[in-house]
Design a protein around this ligand. Structure first.
Ligand SMILES: *Cc1c(COP(=O)(O)O)cnc(C)c1O
Length: 388
């Protein structure tokens, strides 16, 4: 597998991590191994399962290449690859909660995570509670003797609320809980959860790692304390990703650093420009000094990615739709992290403990790799439609 070159920078890990061409005849990229059956050399080896690969659901050279690259990026002991970002949320939750447990989830959570907790986990007898994203160390007061998991996501979905991850991790650990973090927004390039006390780092690799809006994949990475149980959950549930998707995500990783730099730069330029406009009441981007989470962001994060929200100065659904329908470059669609710009009118009605009136429609913008001047002109078209 990967040759140990000693400590190396994140972009070197992105380009060389997970696979050593000398392991496979010098081919620069790893083979895409399509496999269910793996043959054993004799009966004794079969009986003891005494070889590295034993069956397709238990890992292949292709999944190992991706998972080892992610381990190096995350600083994790082990990583599993699952078929979607949503599975990367549900599988570790299934693995670490039991009936009669209590779990805490941040209120600015990715909505399908909430749906899973509110339906399936509740049905299985788990007590589900939401907390305000700004809670920080005070989460200690919400901990119960049976709190098994504290689930974080920062910045939060759609409103990009920051969380004090080290303080939350400390309080959660003091209460004996495992800390999970959906780190999709920052990627391990801009935030490494395990360095800040998180036990399990979750990614929708569908987003920046895949980068082209054509692949669904999730990764879950664990520290030493949680790896055995996560791996056991993976084997028990059989939720393994297909080899072609895994290969595409490893391929995407090679250029992710470069793409993210551009996403970051363009998004920041546009966010700063939008902040100065009268038809925009607020720009929800944690790297802006005006964002309430900016101090935490500057303390913990190394960079920002390409997705943020704006609050239109006035209006409701009609104005939001007028803005969206005037856009020509931005596509109207879910997900993000691809090369192309996308916009969506955000629905915040699912929030429970952090409900807030933003005073106007909230529009989420994923800034793609197009020229900034063109994206800007497109947003201007949208804003012009508001006053029309
Ligand atoms: C998109 C997303 C997911 C789910 O990823 P899919 O691959 O679309 O299932 C999970 N968490 C966050 C924060 C996301 O944005």
């Amino acid at each position: 597998m990967t040759k140990d070159f000693g400590p190396r920078g994140p972009n070197t890990v992105l380009t060389h991590g997970g696979y050593d061409p000398r392991d496979y005849h010098g081919f620069v990229n790893p083979p895409v191994v399509h496999a269910s059956t793996v043959l054993f050399k004799d009966a004794a080896t079969m009986a003891s399962r005494g070889q590295k690969y034993t069956y397709g659901t238990r890992g292949t050279p292709t999944t190992d290449a991706l998972c080892e690259a992610i381990n190096e990026l995350e600083g994790s002991v082990g990583t599993i690859a699952v078929p979607s970002g949503l599975a990367a949320v549900t599988i570790p939750l299934l693995g670490f909660v039991s009936a009669c447990d209590h779990i805490l989830l941040v209120d600015s959570i990715y909505n399908p995570t909430r749906r899973f907790a509110d339906t399936m986990l509740k049905r299985l007898g788990v007590e589900v509670e939401y907390y305000e994203p700004g809670l920080g160390a005070a989460i200690a007061d919400r901990m119960k003797p049976n709190t098994s998991v504290v689930f974080t996501e920062a910045p939060g979905s759609n409103t990009f609320d920051m969380q004090d991850i080290p303080a939350i991790s400390k309080a959660a650990h003091a209460g004996g809980a495992v800390v999970m973090m959906d780190n999709t927004w920052a990627t391990p390039l801009y935030f490494r959860p395990l360095d800040h006390g998180v036990d399990i780092s979750i990614h929708a690799a569908t987003k920046y790692p895949a980068g082209h809006s054509d692949v669904l994949l999730g990764t879950v990475s664990a520290n030493e304390a949680c790896w055995e149980r996560l791996w056991d959950t993976y084997l028990t549930t059989g939720v393994c990703a297909g080899p072609d998707d895994v290969y595409q995500v490893l391929r995407g990783l090679r250029t992710m650093g470069l793409r993210l730099e551009r996403h970051q730069e363009s998004a920041l330029a546009l966010a700063r420009w939008l902040e100065g406009r009268e038809d925009v009441a607020q720009v929800l981007h944690p790297a802006l000094e005006s964002h309430p989470g900016n101090a935490l962001f500057k303390r913990d994060f190394k960079g920002s990615s390409g997705i943020f929200s704006i609050v239109l100065a006035k209006g409701g659904q009609r104005e939001a739709h007028a803005f969206l329908d005037a856009l020509k470059i931005f596509g109207l669609g879910y997900s993000w992290g691809g090369y192309e710009s996308l916009a969506v009118h955000v629905d915040l009605s699912d929030r429970t403990v952090s409900k807030k009136d933003y005073g106007g429609p909230v529009i989420r913008l994923q800034i793609g790799l197009e020229d900034v001047a063109d994206i800007k002109a497109d947003i201007e078209r949208g804003l012009a439609a508001l006053s029309a």
